[in-house]
Every structure is written in C-alpha cells, then in structure tokens.
Design a protein around this ligand. Structure first.
Ligand SMILES: Cc1ncc(COP(=O)(O)O)c(C=O)c1O
Length: 404
C-alpha cells in the first residue's frame, strides 16, 4: 500500500501568502484599473549592489574558461566565503566563531526547515506566537504535532520570557522578529541562553534581519551572549541583508560544543551531523552566488548594502510614523523592516486582522499581511513591510491617510 505521510494533512491547508495572493488576484480582477501597492510579503525591491554584480560577472567569466572553471564545490561552502563570514560577521565583532563552524547554504528557509531532522521526533518544540510559519510546519511534517506556543504580546514587548517555554527541549527565537518587528535586548537573550544551558536545551536563533539593527546594544547575533556556543545554532540570510531573495544564499552556524543526547545519555555532536545532512542532501550554493556573497564583505559591498538597508529603514520609519499619527499602536519599524500595527488599538475599529486587511485592499489598494496568519496571538494586528520603492511607500501612506 502506498501510504502517504499523514503529517502533511495536519499542516494548515493554505499557506498564508497563497491566501493573500488569492484575495489580491480577486480584487484586481474586479478592479482591473487599480494600482495595487504590495506591502505584504517581505520580498526586497532594490537591485543588487554594484560591487556584488561585478563580482558575480567575474565569477561567470571564471565559469566560461577552462582555467578558472568551478564544477561541484564543497557542500559546506567555499573557504573564501566561510573565512570572510567568520572574520567579518563574528570575530571582528568580538565573537568566537570559526570558519569551520559555518555552513553556507542557499538560504535560511531551508536551513530553518531542515535542522529539525537532527532531532528525535519526541523532542518538545516551542515557538513564538505569532511566528514565521516555517518553524512550525516543518516540525508538523516530521510528526511533531505537540508544539508549545509562547505568546508574544504587547505586554511582554513581543519577547516572551524563558519561563513560558516550560519543558521544551528546543526553542526557535527570531530577533529582529518576523512578523512583529520587535527586537530583543541583550539581557533578554542572555536569559534565554542561561535557561537553555541550565536544562541542556537548544536555541535555534534566526538572525535573518540582523542587518537592520542600528540601535547600539541590541544584539545582532546570539553569540554576543555569554555561553551561547554551548546552546545555540544561528541562521543567517543574505536575502534582506544584500537583496539575495532571488540569488539565494545564507549560512548556519553550528559551534563545535553543541550536542544532542543519545538514549544512553551520551552527547552526540551536532556539527558533524549537520555536515553529514548537508553533504548528503545538498550540493552547495553556486560558485557565482558565493562570489557575490563574498563581495558583500568588501568595503564597497559593506557601504552599498548598508545604504540599501538604511533606505528600507527610512521607509519603515515613514510607515510607522504615519500609522502612529493615525492613532494606531505600532511596534517594529526601528531595527526592523516590519511594522506591526495594532488594528484594534484605535477606538472604533474592529480588531479583526483579516477584516482590516480586506479594508485596506478594497479601499486603498494596499496589500498588508493579516497578523492572524502568523498565529492566534497575531489576531488584532497587521504586518506592514517596508520593502518597496520610496514612491510606492509615500503613495501607500497617502492612501492610508485617506481611508483610516
Ligand atoms: C524569519 C525569517 N527567516 C528566514 C527567512 C528565509 O530567508 P531566505 O530567503 O534566506 O531563505 C525569512 C524570509 O522571509 C524570514 O522572514
């Protein structure tokens, strides 16, 4: 009998963005002339930085000649990139991470989704609520249905304290957060690290938005906390840092000290397991892509990519201020490209996030993301993304001003 993996029937049938796309398409069909502005899905709009493009062109030329041609590369990533990452993203910022602890991939989504393969199906998982859906769905697909939800609310500043995780073995944390745009202070992350180390637990830290942190003292990596090497894996992505959503590249840091436990209680190191997983199921990010990623770390690459992130932060500030001026509460938009707007926070408005989404689509032709799509605790909020041109952001703000 060809038995299906029934866990797939336990994941939510429609992925959030598919439902949004469906509603937007229906609206466009009814209003063919409407100029819809998309501040929903978090995809970048600005082109690659010139120094990255030049490096990728040079890499294409390498591939065009016998002398510098590159076929299959190391599955873990080329040393030229891993060395730059270790130095620029960690060692130069005072963190003790070595290049052989970095595994380059084609983006953080795959790594966040695949990492759970290293753990028993009986491990207890905890995630924030609301949450980036990949953490939940990939665990459900693997048969881990009993997932603890840590409410991220206005009361706790959208950063749940470790006490709420109870008996969880693995906790996914993401700061700056998608979807709430919230950041965690060093003290808050240190509390998580101390909690994890005290109970032989593991933190899976998603730092996909670290490049947006501008406030001094806000951590850009979990390894800024004392003791994180013994309890945390970190995911990084060039998608939002350098406009690589279409190019595809990221990396995962697995420090040598990390272990999970065999049934006899002995510690099994995770880095060799993750390496084995990647070398078995993944054949490396392309040479051209990795040369492009390397260029991010050149002085021009740093200057150019920082300027683009600053541009998005400028959009975020405008959106946040506009929503606050209209009487709504808004989190994020500072150190983050996402603004999390309390739709029921202005008196007279219903708190239903899909209804608010529909209103903005119907009356302003502006697409946002309903908070409820990220979890029950997201009800009452919408997420507005700052990834767009300045012209579109200003136009969207002016339309929202009229309808709200
Ligand atoms: C929190 C979070 N993690 C990971 C990713 C995926 O990043 P990548 O494009 O590198 O796969 C995203 C993208 O939206 C994200 O929001």
């Amino acid at each position: 009998m060809l038995h299906v993996n029934e866990n797939y029937s336990k994941i939510k049938p429609t992925y959030l963005f598919a439902e949004i796309a469906h509603r937007v398409a229906a609206h466009q069909a009814k209003n063919p002339g409407a100029k819809i502005i998309r501040l929903g899905i978090g995809d970048v709009t600005e082109p690659l930085a010139p120094s990255i493009v030049a490096a990728m062109h040079r890499a294409v030329d390498d591939e065009a000649g016998r002398e510098n041609f590159h076929g299959y590369g190391p599955e873990q990533g080329y040393a030229f990139l891993r060395d730059k990452i270790a130095k620029c993203d960690f060692q130069d910022r005072g963190m003790d991470i070595r290049s052989d602890e970095i595994l380059v991939s084609d983006g953080a989504k795959c790594d966040c989704g695949n990492i759970q393969e290293l753990f028993g199906t009986d491990v207890k998982i905890a995630v924030g609520d609301p949450v980036y859906p990949v953490y939940v769905d990939t665990n459900v697909m693997a048969g881990r249905g009993d997932i603890r939800l840590l409410p991220c609310t206005a009361e706790n500043g959208f950063v749940p304290p470790p006490e709420t995780a109870g008996d969880a073995d693995i906790v996914y944390l993401c700061y700056p957060n998608n979807p709430t745009g919230a950041v965690a202070t060093k003290a808050q992350l240190q509390a998580w690290v101390d909690w994890a180390n005290a109970g032989k637990r593991l933190l899976l830290f998603d730092a996909a938005y670290e490049a947006f942190v501008r406030t001094p003292g806000i951590p850009r990596s979990i390894y800024e906390c004392q003791g994180a090497r013994t309890c945390a894996i970190e995911f990084r992505s060039y998608s939002k840092t350098a406009g690589f959503t279409g190019v595809r590249c990221g990396y995962t840091v697995v420090p040598d000290e990390l272990v999970a436990y065999a049934s006899d209680g002995s510690g099994v190191p995770l880095k060799p397991m993750w390496t084995r997983r990647q070398t078995t199921k993944f054949n490396g990010a392309s040479y051209i892509t990795q040369r492009g990623a390397e260029a991010i770390y050149s002085p021009e690459g740093q200057r150019e990519t920082r300027a683009t992130v600053d541009f998005y932060l400028g959009n975020a500030k405008l959106i946040r201020e506009a929503m606050c001026a209209k009487g709504y509460t808004a989190t994020g938009g500072v150190d983050s490209p996402y603004i999390w707007v309390g739709v029921g926070s202005k008196s007279g408005d219903a708190g239903d996030s899909w209804a608010f989404f529909d209103k903005l689509l119907a009356e302003a032709n502006v697409v946002t993301t309903p908070g409820a799509g990220f979890g029950a605790a997201g009800e009452g909020y919408i997420r507005i993304s700052a990834f767009n041109s300045r012209e579109n952001v200003l136009e969207a703000i002016s339309r929202l001003d009229k309808v709200l």
